[in-house]
Structures are given as structure tokens and as C-alpha cells.
Write a protein that binds this ligand. Sequence first.
Ligand code: C2O
Ligand code: CU
Length: 458
Amino acid sequence: MREFESKLHRDLPPTRQWGYGGISPGPTIETRSGEPVTVEWVNSLPEKHFLPIDRNLMDCEAGRPEGRAIVHVHGAKCPPQSDGYPENWYVPGKSFTTRYPNEQDAAMLWYHDHAMGITRLNTYAGLMGLFIIRDAAEHSLNLPRGKYEIPLVICDRLFRTDGQLNYPVSAYPDAPWVDECAGDHTLVNGKLLPYLNVEPRKYRVRLLNGSNSRFYHLALSNKQSFRQIGADQGLLAAPVSLSALTIAPAERADLIIDFSSAAGTQVVLGNGFVPVMQFRVSQGKVEDRTAVPAVLRSVQRTPESSAAKTRILSLGEHHDHLGNATGMLLNGLRWHMPVTENPVLNSTEIWSLVNVTDDSHPIHLHLVRFQILDRRRFDFNLYETTRQIRYLSDPELPEPNEAGWKDVVRAHSLMVTRIIVRFEGYAGRYVWHCHNLEHEDNEMMRPYDVLPDTPRTQ
Ligand code: C2O
Ligand code: CU
């Protein structure tokens, strides 16, 4: 991890950033299911941060080192000591070695910083990269690969007139934290408004929304549809045809875009009317032997009856003495309060996320993959006064492109979003949090413990 400068656009001077291996996104780590990877993450960051630290946030008080960092591989099923616990940050000059067993299905994971109270700044500075796991089942599918498989990390940024990164601040110099960061420019694999020369054929586009808080609504300028074949934790059961894709921070979408009917044209991938990048499709015809099978993978639905426990967990706001919202909380609890979520290893639970705020929150659990059961409106006033849930609508099933294995779920405003999770892999201390990084840094994150299951007699 180190500071570097790079040109984000032909017409801009070099921009200061922080990155893994001196680039952003960092080097893509690629491995196979069951093939472990060991990484020594060396902190060579400067002592001083170049983005505005808010001293009121957890672990940010005066004297706390500013160049602290800790890496988390988002979506990895790995032991707690390698998971990047937010308090386990270390300072410039130190390094830490982690091991990822990768005993999980093919999926595009990503790694990013997770240091307590400054995750949003470190990630915004550029500390993120991709971590791709492959497996035989996926390989047998004859999907586009090699130069026809394009990973796209998109994230929004603000710039100063001198071309340097700008991070928004509040009106209070002593409390610069803001509850969201909406950039007016989009970086695609670390570049502004790039183009890619493509052939008139199918491409596999593997998209990550690496933004701090922006939700994208992506579509192609020629109005052509595309197919989504995978979500956060790997392939869907079947492809889903889409004319637009909504993707929240930290979500991944595995897409097939077929440019065969767009030969000789330029197709813009846009967020609403805002261009993100351009595909320049070459003329003529090319041979394309790849296929998108109607059945991609079997995704067994986890039956609700297998859940040993249901937890009702609120997503709420906390307020200052004037009643202004100053941050978000999970279940009304701050980070340092005792652990309340403690599932037993190899047990299944339903988590009902009760969102009493006006925002949609992308909720992420470390270690596990899960399925979305449903979303439902509820009686807000009754819940606020009695903590009882009375549903006001029928359950809405997840969108078809959310119906696979997930590790982030969009919990919509004033809805109960239910997920079903089997806690597999390792016992120990992990975290769950909102992946709006501004929220995460201001207490919308909680530790959770996976308890060892009952010892078996030999
Ligand atoms: Cu993307 Cu706690 O992580
Ligand atoms: Cu949030």
C-alpha cells in the first residue's frame, strides 16, 4: 500500500492516490476454488492522510496514526485472523500476512481497506482491487474468456480544479463527516471516460460498484439489452435479461453483453444520462463460439424451515441534541457495545433488516454468502412505539438478478428485508455493516461472533 500519482484522463495532470502495488485498482488476484493464496500486505503509506479525517469518529481521536490500514477481502470465506478486522489496523512500516483458503464457488470478490473510522477515505483514495476465484463448473460453460472477459471497477469521484481528488466535508470544520459522498465523475478501472475497442461478439463484463455510497442505474446508449449471469457470490441459476442494471456499493454483476448487432458503432455505458465509458465496436463479422447456457448452476434455495433463529435488526439513525441526524446505527447499538449477534457455526438464521430510515442501505456480512427471502412494507409508527412488526404489503420476492448467492443486500427504506444465512466456515469474530462507507465509518457497523458448534463425541 503506497501513495502514487497517475493520470486519470489525458487532459488532467497526475492525481495523487493511495493504492495496492502503487496502482488503483490494485493488481487483480486470480485463483481457483480450493487453491489457497497467502498475501503479505505491506503498509508503505505516508504518515499523513491527504483526505479530511473526522476526529469524532471511532478510532480517529487526535494522536491516532493517519496512515493506518487493514485489508479485507470482501466475500472471502476465510479465518477471522485473515479477515481484516477494522481494529486490527497497522501503521506505515508494518506488514501483515493473511491466508485465504478460497474454499468457495467461483466468484468475483474484491479487496479494500477496512481501517476503523477511515475506511471511506482509504478506499476513496484508491485502496481497492479485484480477487477472482474460478472453478471447474464455471470453466465448463464456454463463457467468453481471456480478452473477451473484462473486469470493470466503477466508482464515483469529485475533483478539484487542479485535478486532485476532492472529498466532501460538512459545514463544521471540527466535524467534517458527511453521510454520503456523491461524485460527479466516474472512474472506470482508474480512468475517467475511457473507451474500449471491442469486436462485434459477446463479452463477459464483470462489474464491481466500488463507490463509497452511489447506486448506479446502468444502461447502454443503443438501448440494447444484456444478460446478467452472476451476482456477488457467483453464477445465478439462469441468465436474466436486463435493459438496465441497478447496482449498489460493493455489489458485483457478471454480465454478458453481445455487440454483434452493433458492429461499426459506438455504444456508451451510462448512468442515466451520464456517460461512464464507451465501447467502440469494430466493423464486420467475427466468429463467436461462446455460449450462454440457459442453466448456469444449481442454486438450492435455503428453506426457511432450516433456520434455527430469526433476528430482528433495525437500521436506524442517531441524532444530536438538536435532533439532527448525525449517523446511522444497527439495532441502536454502537460499535464498542457488547456483541449481540452470535450465530452458531453451521447453523442457519434469518435476519430481518428493519429499515426505519429514508435511505436504502447496502448491508454486508463478512464470512458468509446468503439468499434474499423477501422485502415487505411495515407499519413504521407501530414499530417505533412498540417494536412490533405489522406488515402492510405482501412479500416481494428478490429481483431475478438478486436470486443467487449474495453478500450484499439492498435494504430499502421503510421495508423489512429478510435474508437467510448459513454460518459456515470458521468460528470467531467478524463484522456486519452498511456498505455505504460514510455510514460504516460512523457506527453503522457491528462486530458479530460465530460460536463454535457443540463438540461432537468421537
Ligand atoms: Cu466490502 Cu466489510 O466490506
Ligand atoms: Cu447505510
